[in-house]
Ligand binder design. Structure first.
Ligand SMILES: [Zn+2]
Ligand SMILES: [Zn+2]
Length: 383
């Protein structure tokens, strides 16, 4: 169970479109923005909650994780940075919509106020997307996989500063370390003040005196890493597991990106998955349908003898309760739904023909309820 209802926080329904969510967020963010309510801790708290909710619901991957697993982190608890310390806008998505820029656009009008909260520009590291193939069984029962990912990691030698020993730098004199500078432009309307990335320090807030030799001043290095992924039982094809903070390191003071794992599941040789139910199209000889018998069928946990009662009609459906797939994060199982397809032989010998002829003679028309009704209607049409 999610401990917070993000939908409630944003005042939208669970079926709201991404556009609805974005517009609800913008409305609320405008209402509660701290620049409008200085020294109001309630508003600040509310603003924080709105941002937290939007950070999840505004991202369709995270939203889908939240809907399915009750957490944006996906099924496993891989809290890379479950609660990073930053205040406002602690994380900026690298996707098409950037929370930072958006809020910034909206409030550039109030920008005259104290902007101490944005003392540093933070940009989250990029997400990494990987594909993983699972066998049918691995998806049904869950498993652990180790994958190799090449990703940006913060350079250890310089603690990500890019400066030798992590010390050989000074605060940028133009932006005083904020990474943002004000540029005054003279226009026909008068002076316009624009706030933008500081050009002197490339928005890093730092001027490096001596570059770190290990990362050549970049503050990060590319490394291959083995990452263990816990695949939860019940995962299905095309689902995405998000491991927060396991993506690329940020190149600008922000948190790591996420690792997005696209799941592909191999088909079972016989069973077909339909959500948490399994479907089985079961061909049986017409004699089994007629006389009854036992037929071996596969289930997720071995084989099972299905009893076919005598006189089973074609396309009869048998539902085997709880023989389907375990739900994600729940001790609930789907069903195995067996549809009987009665099969006639492809050939008939002289001997078999005689046997069936005798059988046919012995069965009265009244035993075939539907056929009998049909014949009765037909004879009325002929009258
Ligand atoms: Zn600067
Ligand atoms: Zn370094």
């Amino acid at each position: 169970m999610p401990n917070k209802d993000y939908y409630e926080t944003l005042g939208v329904s669970k079926s709201a479109s991404q556009d609805d969510i974005k517009s609800a967020y913008r409305k609320l963010a405008k209402l509660y923005h701290p620049d409008l309510h200085p020294n109001d801790p309630d508003c600040a708290q509310k603003f924080k909650e709105i941002n937290e909710a939007y950070e999840v619901l505004g991202d369709s991957n995270k939203r889908s994780n939240y809907d399915q697993f009750g957490s944006a982190n996906g099924p496993g608890d891989f809290g890379g940075f479950g609660s990073s310390g930053g205040g406002f806008g602690q994380r900026f998505n690298t996707g098409s919509f950037s929370g930072f820029e958006d809020i910034f656009d909206m409030f550039s009008g109030f920008a005259g106020g104290g902007n101490s909260r944005r003392s540093e520009i933070q940009v989250a590291g990029e997400d990494i997307e990987v594909n993983i193939n699972l066998s049918f069984k691995e998806a049904v029962f869950g498993c652990e996989k180790t994958i190799k990912v090449t990703k940006l990691e913060k350079c250890n030698s310089c603690s990500g500063t890019g400066a030798k020993g992590g010390k050989e730098y000074e605060t940028c004199p133009d932006c005083h370390g904020s990474g943002q500078a004000r540029y005054v432009q003279n226009t026909i309307f008068g002076q316009m003040v624009n706030v933008g990335p500081c050009k002197k320090c490339n928005a890093t807030g730092k001027i490096i005196k001596t570059k770190c030799p290990d990362c050549n001043g970049k503050g990060h290095t590319k490394q291959q890493q083995e990452i263990k992924i816990k695949i939860p039982a019940g995962i299905d094809n095309n689902q995405v597991i998000t491991m927060r903070g396991k993506g690329n390191a940020s190149v600008k003071n922000g948190p790591n990106g996420d690792l997005l794992i696209n799941v592909s599941v191999e088909n079972h040789e016989i069973l077909v998955r339909d959500g948490y139910n399994l479907l089985l199209d079961l061909p049986i000889p017409f004699t089994t349908a007629y006389l009854g018998g036992k037929v071996k069928i596969p289930t997720t946990d071995g084989f099972y003898e299905l009893t076919i009662p005598a006189l089973t009609q074609p396309n009869t459906v048998f539902k085997l309760r709880n023989k389907g797939i375990k739900y994600l994060q729940k001790e609930v199982y789907g069903d195995l739904i067996v549809t009987v397809r009665v099969e006639m032989p492809k050939d008939i010998s002289k001997y078999e023909k005689e046997l069936v002829k005798k059988l046919d003679d012995s069965i009265s028309l009244n035993s075939y309820k539907k056929h009998k009704t049909y014949q009765d209607k037909l004879s009325k049409l002929e009258d």
